[in-house]
Design a protein around this ligand. Structure first.
Ligand SMILES: [Zn+2]
Length: 286
């Protein structure tokens, strides 16, 4: 057996296992999903997969490391939880449980993982204390921020984490039309987040999701910002990043041409744009 089974989140599991297999797991992840989605459970399974003594990449669920993680007593896997009447993650937790440990290598495993049970419960000082570390974490250090309300997080926190979206449990994927609507909504939202990070416009995801025509200028701005990034990357002698950013910019501009010049249906055109962007490598390096 392996620890990934029974999470009931096939798409998320495939995404995370794929990232591990390719050696491209980002150092900061944002797990978001509806109440009841197994966000912290999945973070623990990810910790098992990375720390397991017998099935690296999978997590056997049976070795000493896996047992300690499941029991919450592994010294390298720290979960910050809500405390007190206010149910917040206090700055003291960030200072004593995160910052104080950063200078030391992991005790037992390959990586140290910090899990935040509900990232929106971090008071602003706690979130700010975490920010710098999220930007430049020490080697072999990972953060998994969990939340049911990602839109309430500081944009600076969101933009430093790679988003992993959880579905609503067994209902997702069970019914034909609804499932594809949910899948489309997830892809649109993911696209919106990506472009919102480029344009610094947090309203973009909802405007795109509704197929509003006024998303067009924002998408053009996104294309422009991708062009700037491509130019900067070229100047910095990073042709790979330059090519990726440029490819995405061109794809967005072709969408804009279809809608603005050829009068394409904006909603259908968004679907086509999502499909095309999904096939391109991300502009941002992981
Ligand atoms: Zn194990």
């Amino acid at each position: 057996m392996n620890a990934w089974e029974n999470l009931g989140q096939d798409r998320v599991v495939a995404q995370l296992r794929g990232a591990i297999a390719r050696g491209r797991l980002p150092h900061a992840l944002l797990f978001s999903g509806p109440p009841g989605a197994p966000l912290v459970d999945t973070a623990q399974v990810l910790a098992m997969a990375l720390s397991c003594q017998t099935a690296r990449g999978e997590g056997c669920g049976a070795c000493v490391a896996c047992h300690k993680i499941a029991a919450g007593i592994h010294p390298d896997v720290v979960t910050l939880v809500r405390e007190g009447a206010a149910q917040i993650v206090p700055i003291e937790s960030v200072r004593t449980q995160v910052i104080a440990r950063l200078g030391l290598p992991p005790h037992e495993g390959e990586v140290r993982m910090f899990i935040v049970e509900e990232a929106t419960a971090m008071a602003p000082p706690a979130a700010n204390a975490l920010l710098k570390t999220l930007e430049e974490p020490p080697p072999r250090t990972m953060f998994v921020l969990c939340t049911t309300a990602p839109e309430q997080l500081l944009p600076t926190i969101r933009s430093r984490c790679q988003r992993v979206r959880f579905g609503g449990g067994p209902a997702v994927g069970a019914g034909g039309g609804d499932a594809s609507a949910v899948a489309r909504a997830e892809r649109v939202a993911a696209l919106g987040d990506e472009l919102a990070a480029d344009t610094h416009d947090p309203t973009l995801p909802s405007r795109i999701a509704e197929g509003k025509g006024d998303a067009a200028p924002v998408l053009v701005a996104a294309a422009r910002s991708l062009h700037v990034r491509a130019r900067d990357a070229a100047v910095a002698n990073d042709p790979g990043s330059a090519r990726r950013a440029s490819a995405r910019a061109q794809t967005i501009l072709s969408w804009h041409t279809a809608v603005a010049v050829h009068n394409a249906n904006p909603v259908l055109a968004i679907d086509a744009l999502i499909a095309q962007l999904a096939e391109l490598p991300p502009a941002r390096s992981p």
